[in-house]
Structures are given as C-alpha cells and as structure tokens.
Design a protein. Sequence first.
Length: 344
Amino acid sequence: MPNIERRKVQKTGSSSFIITLPKEWVDAVKLKSGDHVYVYEYEGKLVIMPPEMEVFQSQSTIKVSADIPTDQVFRMLVASYLSGYSNITIIFNTNLPNLAKKVSDIKNLARVKLAGVEVVEESYNAVTFKILLNIKELPIVSALRRLHLIVNNMLQDGIEALLTNNRNLAEAVIQRDDEADRFHHMIVRELSMALIDVRIQHELGLSNIIEAMNYRIIARNLERIADHASNIAKRLLKTEKIAKVDIIKNISYKTLEIFNKAMEALYSQSRRGAEEVIQGAREVVEQIDKILYEEIIPAKMEEREKAFLVMVCDNLRRIVRYSNGIAEASLNIKASKSPEIEVK
C-alpha cells in the first residue's frame, strides 16, 4: 500500500463529512462493515485507529537455551524493555546448570537498572517481569531534569573527590551510576513508544518525531557523562594520592560549568545560550589539550601519576564534547518546533 493516498472529502447530511478508508488497510487490521474506529486529533492531524490496536506488543519472551553469561541475557531484557513491552518473560532451558542463581541474578539486575519493573511470576527456570510505568506522571522534560540532577551531582562529587582525594565520596559517585542508568533506560523506553504512537508523543509533551529523536540523543549524552564521572571516581580508587592534581582543578570546574550551561540552554530553548556552549566547549577542549601537552606530559612526575592525569583529561574532554552535543540537539529541537527563527 502506498505511504500516502489522496482521498476526497465528501459531505453527507447537513453537517458531516466523510472519506473512504484504503481497502488494504481495512483488511490488514481485520475491520468489517459496522465496526468502530477511534479518531484522535493532535497537532492539526487526525489519527485513525482500529479498536483492537495496541501501542506496542504487550508480551515478549526471551528463551535462553545455552549457558551464556547473565549480562548477555540482561542486555536482551533491556532491549525488550526499551522496545516498549509491558510483560517480559525469560525462560531458561531446564538442562542449564545453576538455574536458581541465573534467575536470581537477572532479577537483581532488573531491579537495579530498570525503573518500574516488578516480578509477577517466577518458577525454578523462568521469571516474568511487568513494567509498571505511568507515562503521564513524568513528561519527558521532567524526566530529563531528574536525570540531569543525578548526573550533575555525580560530576560535581566526582571532581570534589578527585581534588580532595575523598575515597568515600568517590564510592558514592560510582553507586549513583545505577540510578542514572535507570532514568536513562526509562526515558529511552518512553521515547521509543512515542515514535510508535502519536498519542504518547502528546502525553510526553512532545510536538513531533524530530523532537523525540533529539531528546534521545540528549538522554544518551547524559548517560555517557554519568559514565565518565563514574570512571573518574573508579580511577581515583585504584590510584594512590595524586600530588599534582591541582593542574586540572580549574579545567574540571569549567567542564562542569559547560555541562550545566548546555542543559540550561535546553530548558530555556535559547539559541544564543546553545551557541555560547558550542563556542565555550571548543575553547575548553583546547585548554584541556594545552594542559595535557604543555603541563602534564612534560612534567617530572611518576608515570603512574602522569597516566592517571592523562586519563582524567580524556574523561573531561569527552564530557565537554557530550555537552556540546546536548547544545546542538537543543538547537535541533528549537528548529523542529518553530518554522521561523530569528538569528540575532
């Protein structure tokens, strides 16, 4: 069936208008004469849906027939979660060893990494998860603000732990990475569902698919920044006190500042703010490279300490570039919502 068909609008009676439905579509969704359809109006468009239509397939089954690592099974669980399934069953072959541990491990990972997941059925070789998330309770911008808050605290505490050699604070940063993953997965799930159904776009406060795609980029960049904040903390825990950590003190705070400016430009939909972030990010990356090549590499210090500072500089550089990506995505969102933009 063609993607677009031209249908003539006809008047019937004194105040009603009708159009005919494509026969191929009617047959595909199993409609017959006398059936009802739902008509949904959004952003000047009408969406026609058959009565039995669901936003997404509700049931997914993952059959594990080989003795593979639990993280591989979990990745398929995440894929089903992000695809919008509301019930996900994992069934392990009964001949596999350590079935009880496999079921327990996958349940623990799901509870830690995935928001709204509850175990509703379990046997010795299988477990069924139900996803209990109400999209209306957390519109996409609110969810991003929550993820931003988590990531900002991780980065702020990661820098503080680095500069003060606070090992307890570093451990707290690493633990919060799971919370960042939970919100990231939840946001991606919501956006995936929004691409399938225009009604969900409306409920999430989205204007169009382009906006949804750019929010997906932003959520991913936030999750990556959380990973780099966690990596800084992990490297600190594996390294003894760094004597010359002050070399990267100022640039660390500039990295944090660029990140938050990028998010503020997103919230305010400020073109000028986004452009300032893009320009500022370029300058901060240049400063990181200058510190790296002019102060760290030529410095007389232990190779262990030098390697640590080089790796942290790489973390900071990547955080700045992800922040730049957030600013670029905010410009894309602004353009998608307004056909006329004044550049001044």
